[in-house]
Design a protein around this ligand. Structure first.
Ligand code: E4P
Length: 217
């Protein structure tokens, strides 16, 4: 499973990229707001750090303006992936942009049927929101499982499942077990994945015993 960093924070992206933990980045209007940066400037900077796909989201709701914004975003860098909402206009823009050779990410997916439509529109990625479904007492992981089953039933569908709105380490392992192609994860959650008390305890023991040997390497 590929990891994308779900953020527009440059320092966090650079840190994870240097360790080799991320294969791409996803942003959205809320993450751009949180960064306090201009969308084109910050997206360009992210694209200069990460060689994989960087999702940048259109903000208009109608097809013509989505296409206009997509053209502006696509000019930022070669690795831009245009993110579009799961509406009829968004799907129409997805189809048009895919035909022009752009990578596309259809976002705000909350049902298997929506994911089916995105695949029919040729989306590179579908972003089902796991955490937001869990927030309303639905089962976000079940949605990933349903989409996996449906996509695997039809060899001509090539859309990749990009599990989004992941907030916990358990979300990450759950979608990996199901077979999501990509997980987009906030940087603090990615860093949490390394933690295990037995690793810490074992390391403390090894360090103490090594000191007692009096040796140096
Ligand atoms: C990423 O593509 C999504 O916009 C993001 O994962 C949404 O996460 P949230 O539900 O925590 O805001």
């Amino acid at each position: 499973m590929k990891f994308f960093a779900d953020t527009a924070e440059i320092d966090a992206i650079a840190e994870l990229n240097d360790i080799g933990l991320i294969d791409g980045v996803t942003t959205n209007p809320s993450l751009i707001l949180k960064s306090g940066r201009d969308i084109l400037e910050v997206t360009k900077e992210i694209c200069s750090i990460v060689s994989g796909p960087v999702s940048a989201e259109v903000t208009s709701l109608d097809f013509e303006n989505m296409m206009r914004e997509a053209a502006v975003l696509a000019k930022v860098a070669k690795n831009i992936c245009i993110k579009l909402p799961l509406t009829l206009d968004g799907l129409k823009a997805c189809k048009a942009l895919t035909s022009e050779g752009h990578k596309t990410n259809v976002t705000l997916c909350f049902s298997a049927n929506q994911a089916l439509l995105a695949a029919k529109a040729g989306a590179t990625y579908i972003s089902p929101f796991v955490g937001r479904l869990d927030d309303i007492n639905n089962d976000g992981a079940q949605l990933i499982e349903d989409i996996r089953t449906i996509y695997d039933n039809y060899a001509h569908l090539h859309t990749q499942i990009l599990a989004a709105s992941l907030r916990t380490p358990n979300h990450v392992s759950a979608v990996a077990k199901i077979g999501a192609d990509v997980a987009t994860i906030p940087p603090n959650v990615i860093k949490t994945l390394v933690n295990h008390p037995l690793t810490d305890g074992g390391l403390a023991q090894f360090t103490a015993d090594w000191k007692k040997t009096g040796q140096k390497i």
